[in-house]
Design a protein around this ligand. Structure first.
Ligand code: FAD
Ligand code: NAI
Length: 472
């Protein structure tokens, strides 16, 4: 009997498997995806069709957009600028292949055994693996389910050659002249931006009236304004009622406050959320509950109601983010090895990798108000940052929220250049229970865009140097 069986090799599963092996546990990882030559394809959604390929296209398209629209301001003129989309896609694939084969290397290094096949937990210690006509039963002292999630298909817009999910949107072979996006969430904004930068006329249709309801309202307002300036036509409070493909077009009908609207696109991306892969993965006789949204029920430590069965990543509650899944994987591996690891769910950062980036950690102002927490706020605009101005990247601001009573940082929110990296510094500060004053007393290199965090923290206590402070 092996010590641990991990089902799924995405960022939750492969990280869990490596940590288990590091802790001296004999570990097998089972992955159902395979290449044409029958070998397992490791890395899950994140490496193959998620975080990595989307960021490759975001970075490439940003360079193209900057060369076209911003280089001249720097005294650089570009003639005959041309998009080579196949080359851009080839580069993206190259990065994906490098990283997925990197996981194979890490598995070898750590002596994690990798098996190709579709796994199902059939008892507290047994997993059935199906590969074509072959079935095999593997025995493990512990089982970690990390089967991830998949895009939600809605009845009003069934997938076909023109109506695609995020995976399809990473593979267009030409730039759609008119692109429709259903859902102004993370995928809608990131992939909508990619194609807008490459020349598509992009319309984003969002059901909610509130734009980026999960973000701080002040940030969301500025983001909406900036993205509209960048050419994303974002229509809020619009419900898609029908999308039908013809040979070359998608005809779309949606309901807005002004009544029924019609539009037509060359391609339509549907990005309305993802559903956990929890069907057919656990035998019903085990009695492990799956909630109405498809999440496998686990406790704070990702343990199911069966002591030997754990579940991590997108298949359990919490944000569907790679870093959240990986940390859960590490926590579970350590708990299996007898350690007392735990997750700080309040400190999972969120990032939207548009340009500028949007990022946050902790509570936003509306949450603090709802919870009746007395707080103080300090912010700093990138328009006052020397480094952001030098880089011609001075849109947005950083905001720090702190407890009014004891100055403890409760949230960090940023919209602007390197917002993800800036908020990450806030995560570290919060992890150590820092006050806004502590951050204000920390030395930041000059000139960096991170100085905006420094100044925002100082501004919490009216001590910012490079902007006016509130005077009593
Ligand atoms: P997955 O990565 O989905 O991996 C699950 C694996 O399990 C898959 O390989 C699957 O084939 C395998 N599997 C499923 N069922 C079985 C079975 N029965 N037997 C064997 N194997 C099985 N998150 C971020 O944090 N940052 C980002 O920038 C980001 N960008 C994204 C961009 C896009 C376009 C998308 C779609 C997602 C993005 N995400 C991002 C989300 C991120 O990809 C997921 O949160 C993450 O991949 C979840 O990890 P996981 O290991 O739980 O599941
Ligand atoms: P999402 O939950 O971020 O956004 C979906 C949006 O679609 C919401 O705004 C919702 O109101 C809207 N919507 C739902 N049904 C609709 C309908 N019928 N018509 C119009 N709008 C509708 O989901 P998304 O963008 O699909 O991404 C899935 C998940 O993948 C994210 O929640 C995130 O966890 C992860 N992800 C993370 C990224 C990152 O960390 N940068 C990047 C991409 C994805």
């Amino acid at each position: 009997m092996t010590d641990v069986i991990v089902i799924g090799s995405g960022p939750a599963g492969y990280v869990a498997a490596i940590r288990c092996a590091q802790l001296g546990l004999e570990t097998i990882c089972i992955e159902k995806e395979s290449s044409s030559d029958g070998k397992e394809v490791l890395g899950g959604t994140c490496l193959n069709v998620g975080c990595i390929p989307s960021k490759a296209l975001l970075d490439s398209s940003h360079k193209f957009y900057a060369a076209k629209n911003h280089y001249q301001e720097h005294g650089i003129s570009v003639t005959n600028l041309k998009l080579d989309l196949p080359k851009m896609m080839e580069r993206k694939e190259g990065i994906v292949n490098k990283l997925t084969s990197g996981i194979q290397g890490l598995f070898k290094l750590n002596k994690v055994k990798s098996i190709q096949g579709t796994a199902k937990v059939v008892s507290a210690n047994l997993v059935e693996v199906t590969n074509g006509d072959n079935k095999e039963i593997i025995e493990g002292k512990n089982i970690i389910i990390a089967s991830g999630s998949r895009p939600i298909e809605i009845p009003s817009a069934k997938w076909d050659q023109n109506i695609v999910d995020s995976t399809g949107a990473l593979e267009f072979d030409s730039v759609p002249k008119k692109l429709g996006v259903i859902g102004a969430g993370v995928i809608g904004l990131e992939l909508g931006s990619v194609w807008a930068r490459l020349g598509s006329e992009v319309t984003v249709i969002e059901a909610m009236e509130d734009f980026l309801f999960m973000a701080d309202k002040q940030i969301a307002r500025d983001v909406l304004k900036e993205f509209s300036n960048q050419g994303l036509n974002i229509k809020l409070g619009c419900n898609l009622t029908d999308a039908k493909s013809t040979a070359k077009k998608v005809n779309v009908t949606y309901q807005s406050s002004e009544g029924e609207q019609k539009d037509s696109f060359d391609k339509l991306i549907v990005a309305v959320g993802r559903r956990p892969n929890s069907e057919d993965i656990i035998g019903s006789e085990l009695g492990i509950e799956i909630d109405e949204k498809g999440f496998i029920k686990v406790d704070d430590f990702c343990q199911t109601s069966v002591e030997t069965i754990w579940a991590v990543g997108d298949v359990v509650r919490g944000p569907m983010l790679a870093h959240k899944g990986s940390e859960e994987g590490i926590m579970v591996a350590e708990r299996i090895a007898g350690k007392k690891a735990q997750m700080e769910y309040e400190l999972v950062p969120s990032v939207i990798y548009t340009h500028p980036e949007v990022a946050w950690v902790g509570k936003n102002e509306q949450e603090l108000k709802e919870e009746g927490i007395d707080y103080k706020s300090g912010s700093f605009p990138f328009a006052a940052s020397g480094r952001a101005l030098a880089a011609d990247d001075a849109v947005g601001f950083v905001k720090v929220l702190a407890d009014k009573a004891n100055d403890t940082i409760l949230g960090v929110h940023a919209f602007g250049p390197a917002a993800a990296e800036i908020v990450q510094q806030g995560v570290i500060a919060m992890e150590f229970g820092s006050s806004a004053e502590d951050l204000g007393m920390t030395i930041f290199s000059h000139p960096t865009v991170s100085e905006a965090l420094h100044e925002a923290a100082m501004s919490v206590n009216n001590q910012a140097i490079h902007i006016g402070n509130k005077r009593k």
